[in-house]
Ligand binder design. Sequence first.
Ligand SMILES: *Cc1c(COP(=O)(O)O)cnc(C)c1O
Length: 358
Amino acid sequence: MRQIYNFSAGPAVLPKPVLERAQAEMLDWHGSGMSVMEMSHRGKEFTSILAKTEADLRTLLNIPQNYKVLFLQGGAIAENAVIPMNLLNGGEADYAVTGAWSKRSVEDASAYGKINVAASSEADKFTHVPTFDTWKLNRNAQYLHICTNETINGVEFDGLPDAGDVPIVADMSSHILSRPIDVTQYGVIYGGAQKNIGPAGLCIVIVREDLLGKASPQTPAVFNWKTQAENQSMINTPPTYSIYIAGLVFEWLLEQGGVAEIEKQNIAKAKLLYDYIDSTDFYRNNVAINNRSRMNIPFFLKDESLNDAFLKGAEANGLLQLKGHRMVGGMRASIYNAMPIEGVQALVSYMKAFESAH
Ligand SMILES: *Cc1c(COP(=O)(O)O)cnc(C)c1O
């Protein structure tokens, strides 16, 4: 098999041992004679998979007992609407616009009530998180929404604003489990799985119990967090195979030593790439140093007429999916938990060689 490194922003690289285990268990999960895909979601086999997946996630993120963990469908974009359905109920909410994803969240939420933009870095092309003392926070907001890692723009929060009693709702799709977090600082944490967890089709929502039961009356049952929490995320059929793979990823993370250990690797990988980009004017990254994402690293060639040649050469070297998002242009390397440091080393070697050749 050809050795490649996949820098896709999502769906993204998965740990090889996870794929090998899924392959080994494909036809016969633990002697059941079935593939996980064929199991009833209410059967004892699958309910044991779901229970272990949740328990391991709770261990990894140190999730307190007064938070529910939901395994839902529809991805983070569906949650953009589901969040105001569950929390707004005629009230107001604050949103910080720090990149393409949080901008989209505002657009999707606006149909459900009064949305205030508390801070925005759009005028600076989303190259930083506005300093927290400039945020215009409304103490009567039902919640404050932030996206703690902007996948498209490569902007990551390096702290949290002081929202007082207003619960913080955070879209962590592209950096959940990449670094330790204090769950108690948030009311709701959510993320689509296909960036740093597992396959597409699964969205994880971690919600503090006192925020359940506030949904507007017309909220459909599948989108009602309280109903889903009371039914073990099974008011509809959950994405069973995606949950199973997420569970294997959580086991792999625990074997790596957990999130604190994986963070060390993530720091080392990101440093390798940023240090090289900063060492030359052939490449550049425009994000404020303290907000540079460890997971998604956009960069530009000084001479953009070389973009196609750069990508073609990268592919020939097994370095895939480096083209930047169409909104930002240039290149983007997504280096999630499952990207080994060897992949980043290979990328930097290629970038050096390309620089010398041009
Ligand atoms: C990818 C992504 C989304 C969208 O996820 P879907 O699964 O397509 O709904 C939302 N927010 C962030 C931060 C993302 O990275």
